[in-house]
Design a protein around this ligand. Sequence first.
Ligand code: ATP
Ligand code: MG
Length: 485
Amino acid sequence: MPTGSADGRALQLSELPDAVVGVLSRLTDAGHQAALVGGSLRDLLRGGPPGDWDIATSAPPEEVASLFPGATWENPFGTVTVRATPGPVSVEVTTFRVEAGYRDQRRPDEVRWGGSLEEDLSRRDFTINAIGWVPHDLGARQGLLVDPYGGAADLRDGVLRAVGDPSERFAEDALRLLRAVRFATRFGLELDAATEQALRRHAAAAAALSGERVRDEILRILGARQAAEPPSRAFQLMEGLGLLAVVLPELQALRGVPQAKARPGDALDHSLHTANALTPADPYLRLFGLLHDVGKATTLGDGHFIGHETEGAQMVETILRRLHVPRVEVARGRHLVRHHMFAYAPAWSDAAVRRFIRRVGASSLADLFALRRADDVASGVEEPQRGGLDELRARVGRELASSPLTAGQLVVRGDDLIRELGLRPGPVVGRLLGELMEAVLDDPAANDREALLALARASLARDPEGVPGGAGTHQARAAPHEPGP
Ligand code: ATP
Ligand code: MG
């Protein structure tokens, strides 16, 4: 046990917002016990900016809900979310919990309330998260710390320590393994020796966690603003504890995969540096940066990684699905990894720039440039090579402002082709539109009605029924009335 216990110490929390004071007052005025707990108290004690507000109370959930009209009650954990004013500030009010039994290392078999603050704190994960502040004069924001596990001292000394027996705590809920990594790196804490030993011993249990819970922890690691340590440290810590191989084996597989880059290190080092170089404001993009080279583990040959972006895109889709990442983000990640290998040179023609935009899609360009910049920083690419990206960005901007780049911007539509050339709707119309688009990408001045119709007539005369994709002629003949693409 650490010395210098803060248990029972009087503490004024002058930064406590009025809205939170209001929630505490309403509970205590109604005769209930109420304490500030969790992350926001920890953050106030550290002198950092507080996150969301958690209050623990003796009042049962129905009682809490009736005291705060409009509050939402999240069964079955008895957490009532109060939108407190002024603010509004979201405050989570949870009845003192007593939990019984964890069979699956994922969630308690049952949650009961009716315990004391001390019991409630005893079921929390780490000492720094197991501190309560019980108000005695809310007007003056005066209260007493309840700190049975020495969390305030651990916070001061920079130690992350499980509450009670670390082995039991991790056996109860494997998510705490990842939470340990998150808190240690966010606040720059050393792992207490017994806690570290238990982390190693229980690392394999992370395999039982649901994809959603793993996803949320990884996103919190990648999304932490003002973290003491960069994400690379979190993933290195996970690697050292044996967690990375369980949670993201595809990333672990990059350890030892050699790279010929200016900056030394293997493909895993490079991936971690890439994540570091992206902003926490977009944690998904950071995740894609972390995963952008996963295809390298299986495509290494001759010192090159032929096709690693195609292989990688497939792997990233598999990983993201496993983590139950929303579909739009799966598509975004897959697409970015697929296209991250573009090789710009100032010699590119304007038509090549336009083709690049069309291939990547205008809405993905900002992401792709951000990813490449991070990839370059992580590779040790220096100016002026890195500046080539700025040049491409500027040229892309000019093309987007001045040139037609999508079929919708062609002055000739499918309907026009059908009417003017006497065609039936079908794949041939799609083929012709594709050819016209190519012609306009080569030369924006070709976006002229008569010129495009003439081009389409010429193409039709050369090949009346062919459609792109091989045995097109037969296909077109077999189904002449198929609707067009
Ligand atoms: P953050 O600032 O990231 O929100 P936090 O400490 O508030 O960090 P939350 O997930 O919001 O973390 O949880 C609030 C509190 O609930 C924690 O401080 C901790 O006391 C407790 N807690 C949350 N998850 C667990 C868990 N899996 N096991 C034990 N206690 C937990
Ligand atoms: Mg919180």
